[in-house]
Design a protein around this ligand. Structure first.
Ligand code: AMP
Ligand code: MN
Ligand code: MN
Ligand code: MN
Length: 275
């Protein structure tokens, strides 16, 4: 069975509407699909309707921005109830902070000689209800300041680059509590992306498990073959279920399309076993 438990729509920084995203998943024969937009659940109802029509099992999800020991960490919530007030209010607060951060990114770009980027990025974010670096990156490409998306990050927006502004996320415990309180399960997203190793990485897994986390993304476009094996091992060691996702944002962007999951390890217990 093809499953994909991590992807984005125009409600956050993807390029396909929730309906178009589900239609693409249908074409690609995905049987189990979660929509996990950054810090918003506004696409879930539309995606669920389209999935029902397509006979796809739909999982309501979200990808929450977390700050843990100063690091940006992503926590995916699956089987959430978007109406749960603490979750709703928590996400609304994160989106408000994103607006303030976007203004700071724009003023950095301004001082680098790139004017009006807030307006430019906002135009790319117009179909959603939040703004992020991907929208700035698309504006930088469209306005000729960067050749492609990866270069926009490399030149300007990535951590340590001149237009970088961290996104102040939720506390780890808080994000997991919102997810669990809404009836969902929390999954540590793409752990291979954080640049944490050894004791630091162990500390994150421990903190996540102690906060009530249930799963970890083992298969992700951020993970090479060795990472997949490593996180399968860590999932077992910490008693976490394994999850997988393409982190799809747009056709032609990123490494994987919907439902692409290369080398899923045999000895993993998939998180959907619990559903
Ligand atoms: P933000 O949540 O606003 O900090 O933006 C993070 C998002 O930017 C990710 O979810 C990706 O969509 C995108 N992103 C981050 N790094 C890169 C990169 N190196 N190349 C392309 N997109 C990236
Ligand atoms: Mn994104
Ligand atoms: Mn992420
Ligand atoms: Mn993502």
């Amino acid at each position: 069975m093809k499953a994909d438990l991590h992807c984005h729509s125009t409600c956050s920084d993807g390029k396909l509407s929730p309906s178009d995203l589900v239609a693409r998943a249908e074409t690609r024969r995905v049987a189990l699909l979660a929509l996990t937009d950054h810090d918003t659940t506004s696409g879930l109802a539309e995606a669920a309707r389209r999935a029902e029509a397509a006979g796809i099992k739909f999982v309501p999800g979200v990808e929450i921005s977390v700050t843990w020991r100063g690091e940006s960490i992503h926590v995916v919530g699956l089987q959430i109830d978007p109406a749960h007030p603490p979750l709703r209010e928590g996400l609304a607060a994160l989106r408000a902070r994103r607006l303030e951060r976007a203004a700071r990114i724009a003023s950095r770009l301004q001082s680098l000689g790139i004017p009006a980027s807030l307006e430019g990025a906002s135009a790319h974010a117009a179909k959603g209800d939040l703004i992020g670096r991907a929208h700035f990156a698309r504006y930088l490409v469209a306005s000729g300041h960067a050749r492609d998306l990866p270069s926009a990050f490399r030149q300007y927006l990535a951590a340590g680059r001149p237009a970088y502004e961290p996104q102040e996320g939720a506390a780890l415990d808080e994000a997991v509590a919102w997810i669990r309180g809404s009836g969902g399960v929390a999954v540590l997203a793409h752990p291979g992306r954080y640049g944490l190793e050894g004791p630091q990485r162990d500390a994150l897994f421990e903190a996540f498990r102690d906060a009530g986390g249930s799963g970890v993304e083992v298969v992700s476009p951020s993970h090479g073959r060795e990472d997949v094996a490593r996180y399968a091992r860590l999932a077992k060691a910490y008693g976490l279920y394994a999850s997988l996702g393409s982190d799809f944002h747009a056709p032609g962007e990123g490494r994987r399309d919907l439902g692409d999951a290369v080398h899923w390890p045999d000895d993993c217990t998939p998180i959907w076993r619990t559903w």
